[in-house]
Design a protein around this ligand. Structure first.
Ligand code: PLP
Length: 458
């Protein structure tokens, strides 16, 4: 069958408001031309993130009703702990309110001045939590992966040669950990191969360095491994994930992605001593060990979500529906990162708007056009998010100027996606625009969330 069908039917509906272009122009101006500052009520199709935006299943809602809200030793905790132990083979499981809380705990303990973290790509909150401790975060992507349009089956892989050189130059004792993010969010949602993680594991063992798996999309990564890594073509998605997790010392997960829930996170460890330090931090800032930052109902929903996410009907629909949007955009000439990743379609805004200088943020222009023309909210992943200012205030640009259309799980239907494609077709200066934006306010960390802009075109 060619038609992509959702493997579910709709039992409850959430109305979305339709607005017109003059209304959206005003709303965007009031938001300082930063879609993060828009009211979601003014957004028609929200592709800002796949994080915490999943639709839960009837089984998740049913589990919520039987949750145990006891402070200590709740049944809902026992259920979640069992599911996560089975998946990770790790003995120590800490629940946190979301991924970055787990990051703050672990990088607070492993980081500090003089420490260096090496990763395929550090996600923005990962980098912020590392740099906040005074440590450095270095991305080690292969040069060929930076070619936006080159097909590579595992474009999220870390560069093993660069990694080996970095370990020798920096010295193992100065390395806080090596982090592998699956799928690689900051570089196109691209998968990492099992062979790559195995090779990193070998280097970690050889040099006595910790391996952290930032695996909030580990089910989606498993899909690509089954399709593209011959050795695993007969494995179940869950067994592939288990195999990858067995290679890591520490697992950090934002449950807001493949946990199929709206809030939650996990920090899982093998080392008892390190776990004890993490537990102390957890109790100070998140909560007691059997709930962390979560209520019993959150834990029930995660426990069910972590089972559902590995179902083959779900995963196949999930990855194919993301590819559907990417392929349609490619057909109408939009420069999409190729191949299409798991949770999102990424557009190379520098290629789409070659005349807009990087200092005027071509990605921000696209994000604002998509909202104004169609009420579609997306996010810039370029020099607004990852750029920095040098001491004289000039921009040190990011390595790429991307815009991400993230697909919430089980939320939008094929007709919504067809609408998004039409919005692109209706952008007037698509490809010929010459001007973008200037930042007029920015905070010291994670500036993209609250920055405000001045529009440099009419
Ligand atoms: C979302 C995400 C995080 C942070 O998780 P939150 O739940 O948003 O705090 C960390 N790493 C990656 C790769 C992510 O995608």
């Amino acid at each position: 069958m060619k038609v992509l069908t959702e493997p579910f039917r709709i039992k409850m509906v959430e109305p979305i408001k339709m607005t017109d272009e003059p209304y959206r122009k005003m709303a965007l101006q009031n938001a300082g031309f930063n879609p993060f500052l828009l009211s979601s009520d003014d957004v028609f199709i929200d592709l800002m993130t796949d994080s915490g935006t999943s639709a839960m299943s009837q089984n998740q809602w049913a589990a919520i009703m039987i949750a145990d809200e006891s402070y200590a030793g709740a049944k809902s905790w026992t259920r979640l702990e069992k599911v996560v132990k089975d998946l990770t083979s790790m003995p120590f499981i800490l629940p946190t309110h979301q991924g970055r809380a787990a990051e703050r705990i672990i990088y607070g303990l492993l980081g500090g001045k003089g420490k260096v973290f090496l990763a395929n790509s550090h996600f923005d909150t990962t980098r912020a939590n590392i740099e906040f401790t005074g440590a450095r975060a270095i991305d080690l992507m292969p040069e060929e992966s930076l070619d936006s349009f080159k097909y590579l089956p595992f474009k999220g892989n870390i560069d093993l040669d660069k990694l080996e050189i970095a370990i020798l130059e920096i010295g193992a004792p100065n390395i806080g950990a090596i982090i592998i993010t699956v799928t690689n969010n900051s570089s196109g949602g691209q998968p990492v191969s099992m062979a790559n993680v195995k090779a990193v594991r070998a280097l970690c063992s050889k040099h006595g360095i910790l391996l952290i798996l930032d695996g909030c999309r580990i089910a989606e990564n498993s899909y690509f491994i089954k399709q593209r890594e011959a050795e695993y073509s007969q494995w179940s998605y869950k067994d592939i994930a288990k195999e990858m997790l067995s290679l890591a010392d520490i697992f950090v997960m934002s449950a807001k992605k493949d946990g199929l829930v709206n809030m939650g996170g996990l920090l899982c460890l093998r080392n008892e001593e390190l776990n004890q330090k993490c537990v102390n931090q957890l109790i100070i800032s998140e909560g007691f060990t059997t709930y962390g930052g979560l209520s019993g109902r959150d834990m029930e929903a995660i426990a069910v979500g972590l089972e559902e996410v590995f179902e083959s009907d779900y995963l196949e629909y999930r990855i194919r529906s993301t590819a559907y949007l990417g392929e349609k955009l490619k057909e109408i000439g939009i420069p999409v990162i190729w191949p299409i990743g798991g949770h999102a379609v990424y557009i190379d805004a520098k290629k789409l708007f070659p005349k807009i200088p990087i200092e005027q943020f071509p990605g921000q222009r696209l994000v604002c056009e998509l909202y104004t023309v169609g009420g579609v909210r997306s996010v810039e992943l370029g020099s607004v998010m990852f750029g920095k200012n040098d001491s004289s205030g000039s921009l040190i640009p990011a390595s790429q100027e991307l815009v991400r259309l993230a697909i919430p799980r089980r939320v939008y239907t094929q007709s919504h996606i067809d609408y998004v494609v039409e919005v692109f077709e209706n952008i007037k200066e698509l490809t010929t625009a010459e001007k973008g934006f200037k930042i007029i306010y920015e905070p010291p960390f994670l500036r993209h969330f609250t920055a405000r802009f001045e529009k440099l075109y009419s």
